[in-house]
Write a protein that binds this ligand. Structure first.
Ligand code: 5GP
Length: 197
């Protein structure tokens, strides 16, 4: 999506270690008109899918997911990071390795809010190694829910989460795919996506 790529070029900051900071419009301050345009683009890309719920993970997925859910007029459920697995039979649980914090999180979703009747659109801000997404897919699987698609704002194509998800045959629409970025020059190259606006 050209609008998002242009914004990343303008305001994104490339850090050492393959980290892209987008604090001024996604991860700290949130540009809601931009999120609305992103949500509309996903609505077009996932047209015809019977989506009845959006699933994301706290914290940084929630803002985008809320705007997306509003576009479809459906609820959004976010997986919560829990201190410890508490063997609570009312929750689906799994573990996720965090790319940014290098920790392992337990994540939970209440059985009240996810079940076999759900047709999910999974939304997150970044896709790197795919750990967060694999955790969300695992929760959906445990709940017996159907994943209709996955929308990611920024995929880092030089990491391999995207390949893992595409290999599972799930429609994945990343609105910007960074193929390379250079912390010294700030140069970012994006993968062409002709089917996107
Ligand atoms: P993964 O689990 O795919 O390795 O990483 C996904 C999660 O890590 C995202 O939800 C996001 O919060 C965080 N993340 C991964 N890479 C980056 C990055 O380059 N910049 C930012 N801001 N967050 C990232």
């Amino acid at each position: 999506m050209k609008l998002l790529e242009d914004r990343i070029r303008k305001d994104g900051i490339v850090r050492e270690g393959g980290v892209l900071k987008v604090d001024s419009f996604i991860n700290h301050q949130m540009d809601i008109p931009l999120f609305r345009q992103m949500a509309r683009e996903w609505k077009r890309l996932f047209a015809g899918k019977p989506i009845n719920k959006v699933l994301t993970i706290e914290a940084s997925g929630i803002g985008i997911a809320a705007i997306v859910a509003s576009e479809w007029d459906v609820p959004v459920v976010f997986a919560k990071k829990a201190m410890s697995i508490n063997l609570d039979y009312d929750n689906y649980e799994t573990q996720i390795q965090s790319f940014t914090h290098k920790k392992i999180y337990n994540v939970i979703v209440s059985k009240k809010f996810l079940g076999p009747e759900d047709h999910l659109l999974i939304i997150d801000d970044f896709l790197a190694n795919g750990c967060a997404l694999m955790g969300l897919l695992e929760l959906a699987d445990r709940a017996g829910a159907t994943v209709e698609g996955i929308g990611i704002a920024v995929e880092k194509g030089f990491q391999h989460g995207g390949d893992l998800v595409r290999a599972r045959g799930i429609q994945l629409e990343s609105l910007a795919i960074v193929d390379s970025m250079d912390a010294a020059t700030g140069q970012i190259t994006f993968r062409p996506q002709p089917h996107q606006s």
